[in-house]
Design a protein around this ligand. Structure first.
Ligand SMILES: [Zn+2]
Length: 265
C-alpha cells in the first residue's frame, strides 16, 4: 500500500513537471497545415466523419484569424524556404482532400469572404463525377487563388501498389490536370496518409515539390518537404474546444518529436 502511494506521488509529480514544461516553455514555431475533406451540412452517413458543418468551419476560420494566423499556399511555403518570400508570423495552410463539389459551392465563398486561401488535393479520375469538382470549377477556383494539388488518379493507398504503379499514379494525375489547362501541379497528398521510405524520391522524380501526410505536428524549413506534418480536422464532436485541442496536440507532438519527419543534416 505504501509503495502504491509512493508510486502515485511520483506519477503526479512527473505529470506536474510535464504540464509545467508544456505551459511555461514557449510554443514551438512552425507552419500549421490543416486537413479537411467536406465542408457541408448535408452529406450521407458515409462521409459524416469527414464532414465539417458550415457553422463549425466558419467558427474555426474566425478563430484562426482572431489568433493572428494568416493562410498561405504550399507554393508560398516553398518560396519562403528558398528565401524568395517572407512568411507571415503565424502561417497556416488549409488543405482539402479528394476534391468534393462543396469545396466550390460552400468552402470557396467562405474563404473569399475572409480573404483566405487554401489548397485542394484532387483525385483526378473523380473530376466531373457526381459530388466531385468539375474541370470548370477547378479552373475557376484556381483563378480565384485556390492552389490545386494531386491526390493521385485513383485514390488507392500507394503502399498497396508496386513502385511502377505508384509512379504512374503520381505522374498521370499531375499531367492530366496540366493538360486540361490548370497551372503546374507541385503538391501532393498521400491517399489515406499511406507512404513509405521510397516515395519522397519518387515524388521528386515526378517533379513535385511538396507532399502532405496525416501525421500531426508543425512544419519548419527542416521538415522533409515530401513528408509534411498535417493536423486532421474531422467532424467535431466538441465544437471549437475540440479544434483547439487538435492544434494543441500537434504542438505537443512537435515538442516531443513524435512522428516528426525532420531531414537529417
Ligand atoms: Zn483522400
Amino acid at each position: 500500500m505504501r509503495y502504491m502511494k509512493y508510486g502515485l506521488g511520483v506519477l503526479a509529480f512527473a505529470l506536474l513537471v510535464f504540464i509545467s514544461w508544456l505551459t511555461l516553455t514557449p510554443a514551438p514555431q512552425g507552419i500549421l497545415v490543416l486537413e479537411y475533406h467536406h465542408v457541408s451540412d448535408d452529406v450521407g452517413d458515409d462521409g459524416w466523419a469527414y464532414t465539417v458543418p458550415v457553422a463549425d468551419f466558419a467558427e474555426q476560420l474566425d478563430y484562426l484569424q482572431a489568433e493572428g494566423y494568416t493562410t498561405i499556399t504550399m507554393q508560398d511555403f516553398m518560396r519562403a524556404k528558398k528565401g524568395k518570400q517572407e512568411l507571415p508570423a503565424k502561417p497556416v495552410v488549409l488543405t482539402f482532400d479528394d476534391g468534393y463539389e462543396d469545396n466550390y459551392t460552400t468552402l470557396l465563398p467562405m474563404l473569399e469572404e475572409r480573404h483566405m486561401v487554401g489548397t485542394v488535393y484532387m483525385i483526378t479520375n473523380s473530376i466531373g463525377r457526381k459530388g466531385y469538382l468539375s474541370w470548370n470549377q477547378l479552373r475557376d477556383m484556381q483563378n480565384r487563388g485556390i492552389e490545386l494539388g494531386s491526390h493521385t488518379a485513383n485514390h488507392q493507398p500507394l503502399t498497396s501498389l508496386d513502385r511502377e504503379k505508384q509512379a504512374e499514379e503520381m505522374k498521370l494525375s499531375k499531367l492530366l490536370m496540366e493538360w486540361n489547362g490548370l497551372k503546374t501541379i507541385y503538391t501532393f497528398s498521400y491517399p489515406n496518409g499511406a507512404y513509405d521510405e521510397g516515395m519522397p524520391e519518387l515524388l521528386k522524380e515526378n517533379e513535385y515539390l511538396t507532399a502532405v501526410t496525416g501525421d500531426g505536428g508543425l512544419n519548419t524549413f527542416k521538415t522533409n518537404t515530401y513528408l509534411l506534418q498535417r493536423t486532421n480536422i474531422p467532424h467535431p464532436r466538441l465544437g471549437l474546444t475540440e479544434f483547439k485541442l487538435r492544434l494543441f496536440k500537434s504542438e505537443v507532438m512537435t515538442r516531443l518529436g513524435i512522428h516528426q519527419h525532420l531531414v537529417n543534416e
